[in-house]
Structures are given as structure tokens and as C-alpha cells.
Design a protein around this ligand. Structure first.
Ligand SMILES: Cc1cc2nc3c(=O)[nH]c(=O)nc-3n(C[C@H](O)[C@H](O)[C@H](O)COP(=O)(O)OP(=O)(O)OC[C@H]3O[C@@H](n4cnc5c(N)ncnc54)[C@H](O)[C@@H]3O)c2cc1C
Length: 328
């Protein structure tokens, strides 16, 4: 008989990443369905001061390993520390973020804990005490439902920006227990991390994304997308064609070999809608496509399509947004 449900948080540069709160919210739903308490695992440097915040999203108690040696994610240090904490908790299930680091961590942690990992899930259900998780496979062409055999420990990594995040309840603080976990000497360590300080919204956390493709015709033309993005409070993404051409950095690439994003609104501008691009943005909640070719495959995925030359449409649209904002 298990004692809890565990959620693993992600702490970077002094704060929890938003996906930690989504995972905590989903963990709360699972814990309620199983009638168990929800425990959080928080590992990092300076994480103790923030740990009780996980309670705002439903975590009952947080187990904290706070050590300067854990400032940056390194598998060799994080995995044994987390495994040691989790082994003492006897969980019914473990949920973690399917972020870039989270995917690496969850695979290694699953091997260490002999857990059954369902990676990059978009839905978790609990029917009569039995967990099932849904995950897109084959670049989003199929959806697989996973379940675990009797006695297996389910580990579920949750795709960012998909699970419903509870509204923060600041009156509900989690209990915090510091754990004296031994941090092993790693063969490699991060000397420093250069954070993007441009103030750009991170693609995987953006509510709105404006993406440009080969139809933008050159790097200089992305200024019209940046202007639109500024008005909408959006992040700017790109297709691989635009990235391969050197018009945008690889960190902007959306798709199978780029980032998987799930914004509320995805505006694809001058993008044809190749399967590898759809793999990265196909689960966006609302998709708008701007393309001068009415036969472009992106229109079959779009909720709203604009058949027009983007250089005519985007500046007019940006101006309309500006006017609307000033009258609201
Ligand atoms: C293994 C593998 C992995 C890949 N991974 C990715 C990935 O992660 N992400 C990704 O995006 N791709 C990926 N690709 C590449 C993918 O197959 C496509 O080649 C790419 O997505 C095409 O980018 P695009 O839509 O910008 O360009 P195109 O397919 O050339 O489309 C450009 C579009 O712009 C439109 N257009 C042109 N001018 C205008 C205008 N003035 N106004 C309006 N519309 C205009 C055209 O009608 C056209 O539809 C991958 C491919 C492979 C083989």
C-alpha cells in the first residue's frame, strides 16, 4: 500500500518554473483520486526559501535538498539525490515536468527507481484507483494510452503548458522538510549558465506564439512578426526552414527537432505546415494560419485561416490589435 503521490519540481535561477505548478496541480488531482497526500521534491540551490510555494498549488509537504552544488541541473547529482528522497516515501505515482531537463531526468530516475515511465504525457486519468496516461507518439500522429501492470510504479512526465494549473492559493503553504542528502561528486559540472536576459517570453511557456517560416523571405522581415508579438505579449517562433537559413536561432525552432509548444494561440505565418512542424505545435489550443497558398497543409490544422500575402496582412493586423488595445 503506497503512502503518497510525488511531484518533482524544477527550480531555476531562484524560482520554480511554471511547469512545476502545472505538475503540482495535476499531482493534486491524482492524489485526491487515490485518497493520498501529495508530496513535492524540490532540489536546487536556495530552494528552501521558496519550497512552501508549492503548497499554493496543492502540495501538502515538500522534501527539500538545498545545496550550492545543486545550483544547475546535472544528472549525476540530481538523480541520486532525488532517488534517495523518493525511495523513502513509497509513492503510488511520480509526476514530473517533460521539460528539456525533465525528460533527461525522468528517464534516468525511472531506471534508478525501476519505475515505468510514460514520457511527455498530455492527460492523466484515474479510474477506480487505476492510472492511465495519454501521450502523443510518432510526431503527434497517434495518441497512446498507457497503463501500468500490477505492482509497477507509474512515472509520468507532463508536457508543459497542457495540464490545467490551479489558481495559486497563497494561504495554503506546504510543510517543508529539509533532507540531508549526500550530493555525489560529479564527473562534469556546469561552470555557468548564460540566461537570455532580453526579456523574451520563453517559447514553451508562452500563452501566445507568432511563428514565421520560409515565407518571411529573410531575417530582416521578422521585425514585422516581432512588432505583432510585442502587441500581443507573444513569443516569436520559427520553422526549421527559417532556422536552417540562419534567420532565427535554433532556440526559436518549433517542431519535431525543435521545441514542443502548447500556447493558447499559435499564429503560423508563411509556414506550410509540414508534419515535422505540426509535431511541435499541433496541440496548441487555437491555431491561426496566414499563407498565400490556399492549398497549404497548415490550413487543415488551423482553426482560422487567412489566405493572403503575409506582407500585406501582418502590418494591418498589428495595427488593428494596437487600436483594439487602446480602446479596451
Ligand atoms: C527529420 C526532420 C525533422 C524536421 N524537424 C522540423 C522541425 O522541428 N520544425 C520544422 O518546422 N520543420 C522541421 N523539418 C522540416 C519540415 O519538413 C519542413 O521542411 C519545414 O517545416 C518547412 O518550413 P516552412 O513551412 O517555413 O517552409 P515551406 O515549406 O517552404 O513553406 C513556406 C510557406 O510560406 C508560404 N508563403 C511564401 N510566401 C508567402 C507570403 N508572401 N505570404 C504568405 N505566405 C507565403 C508558402 O505558400 C509556403 O506554404 C524537419 C524535417 C525532417 C526531415
Amino acid at each position: 500500500m503506497a503512502d503518497c503521490v510525488c511531484v518533482v519540481s524544477e527550480f531555476r535561477a531562484g524560482n520554480f518554473r511554471r511547469v512545476s505548478f502545472e505538475v503540482a496541480s495535476e499531482g493534486r488531482r491524482v492524489a485526491d483520486a487515490l485518497g493520498l497526500p501529495l508530496y513535492g521534491i524540490a532540489v536546487g540551490s536556495g530552494v528552501s526559501d521558496k519550497a512552501e510555494e508549492l503548497g499554493f498549488y496543492g502540495v501538502d509537504k515538500v522534501f527539500v535538498a538545498d545545496d550550492a552544488a545543486l545550483e544547475h541541473y546535472v544528472a549525476e547529482t540530481y538523480v541520486p539525490v532525488m532517488a534517495e528522497i523518493i525511495q523513502g516515501l513509497n509513492p503510488a505515482a511520480i509526476l514530473l515536468p517533460a521539460s528539456v531537463d525533465g525528460k533527461d531526468l525522468s528517464a534516468r530516475l525511472a531506471a534508478r527507481l525501476q519505475a515505468g515511465l510514460a514520457q511527455d504525457c498530455t492527460e492523466v486519468v484515474c479510474e477506480n484507483g487505476v492510472l492511465k496516461a495519454k501521450r502523443p507518439i510518432f510526431a503527434g500522429k497517434c495518441l497512446a494510452w498507457c497503463e501500468w501492470s500490477q505492482g509497477a510504479l507509474p512515472m509520468i512526465s507532463c508536457r508543459p503548458n497542457v495540464m490545467d494549473c490551479k489558481a495559486a492559493d497563497a494561504s495554503r503553504k506546504a510543510a517543508v522538510e529539509k533532507v540531508d542528502a549526500a550530493v555525489p561528486e560529479a564527473r562534469s559540472r556546469a561552470l555557468s549558465v548564460d540566461l537570455d536576459t532580453s526579456g523574451k517570453v520563453e517559447l514553451t511557456e508562452a500563452e501566445i506564439i507568432v511563428s514565421g517560416g520560409r515565407g518571411m523571405k529573410g531575417p530582416e522581415n521578422f521585425t514585422i512578426l516581432e512588432e505583432l508579438a510585442r502587441e500581443l505579449g507573444a513569443a516569436v517562433g520559427a520553422s526549421r526552414a527559417a532556422v536552417d537559413a540562419g534567420w532565427r536561432p535554433h532556440s526559436d525552432q518549433v517542431g519535431q527537432t525543435g521545441k514542443v509548444v502548447n500556447p493558447n494561440l499559435y499564429i503560423a505565418v508563411g509556414i506550410s505546415g509540414a508534419i515535422q512542424h505540426l509535431a511541435g505545435m499541433g496541440s496548441s489550443k487555437f491555431i491561426v494560419a496566414v499563407n498565400k497558398d490556399p492549398e497549404a497543409p497548415i490550413f487543415s490544422k488551423a482553426d482560422f485561416g487567412v489566405v493572403e500575402d503575409l506582407f500585406n496582412f501582418v502590418p494591418v493586423f498589428t495595427e488593428e490589435v494596437r487600436v483594439l488595445k487602446s480602446t479596451c
